[in-house]
Design a protein around this ligand. Structure first.
Ligand code: HH2
Length: 260
């Protein structure tokens, strides 16, 4: 899953793809590099981020979804949103995937919309909301707590009529988690396999990698690839990344070794 942020303030690429032509050129690059899913987002969810009004998110996201879906019909276009109106308009414009970092809690209508349209969806765990989520997050046991949450969200989504084959789950690296929490989620990621649906890992450029390496966000490529490969080793099925070609190369080595 390649990330395309059409925002002025995303934590690693804010402003880079805000212009429509730049966004479409980057989408083409990510797809040529081997992204199977392109995740288009118009609202940053970085710690401390302010919410974006609906009309502004629609203005940012929909023309890009529309153009990418028309130009790259072989690629699944995902919309990274928690807003019903944005998801609906994106599905109308050719998206077939809803990536909701609130796991359909921000707008309960999301589950019904996703079911009705037969779309795929990613349900992610987040403790609290972006503005405050990094203020001393606490868990009894981070893996058990996140897993119980995702299990409940999965059951609700299925009850709303979404086929289980269309649901993937994501522990939400960096969303209301300390470095230790994130590392514990990676170390025990295989425990999420018992939920019975694919697991997403989104480590790309995240701050825990900066803490470990001491590197700023623009210099976390090697650390992101290490985390991506370790996630696969621990059972991740989908990697949400900014650097598709490098991640693909690393995965190719992994797969060659596995098949040797
Ligand atoms: N991470 C971000 C945004 N959306 N969705 C899922 N399912 N999993 C993630 O780990 C995830 C996500 C944050 O990264 P990014 O989109 O690069 O930054 P920003 O939220 O600042 O736009």
């Amino acid at each position: 899953m390649g990330v395309l942020n059409v925002t002025p303030d995303s934590f690693s690429d804010g402003g880079e793809w805000f212009d429509g032509d730049a966004a479409l050129a980057h989408a083409a690059d990510l797809i040529a590099d081997g992204a199977d899913i392109l995740d288009v987002g118009g609202e940053s969810t970085r710690p401390g981020a302010a919410p974006v009004p609906e009309h502004e998110e629609l203005r940012r996201v929909i023309p890009i979804v529309d153009a990418v879906a028309a130009r790259h019909p072989e690629t699944q276009v995902s919309v990274d949103t928690s807003k019903l109106a944005v998801a609906r308009a994106a599905l109308d414009a050719g998206a077939t995937y809803v990536n909701d970092v609130t796991a359909f809690r921000a707008d309960p209508g999301m589950a019904a919309l996703t079911a009705e349209r037969g779309a795929d969806c990613c349900l992610m765990h987040m403790l609290g909301e972006p503005r405050t989520m990094q203020d001393d997050p606490h868990y009894e046991d981070v893996v058990d707590d996140v897993k119980a949450f995702l299990h409940e969200r999965l059951e609700r989504a299925v009850a709303a009529g979404i086929s289980e084959q269309r649901i993937v789950l994501d522990p939400g690296i960096g969303f209301g988690k300390s470095e230790q929490h994130n590392l514990e989620l990676l170390r025990r990621l295989d425990e999420f396999g018992s939920l019975g649906v694919p697991v997403v890992a989104g480590w790309s450029r995240k701050s825990t990698l900066g803490v470990i390496t001491g590197k700023p966000v623009g210099e976390r490529l090697a650390a992101s690839i290490a985390a991506a490969l370790l996630s696969v080793q621990h059972g991740a099925n989908i990697l949400r990344v900014h650097d598709v070609t490098e991640t693909r190369d690393a995965l190719a080595v992994w797969q060659a070794l596995r098949n040797a």
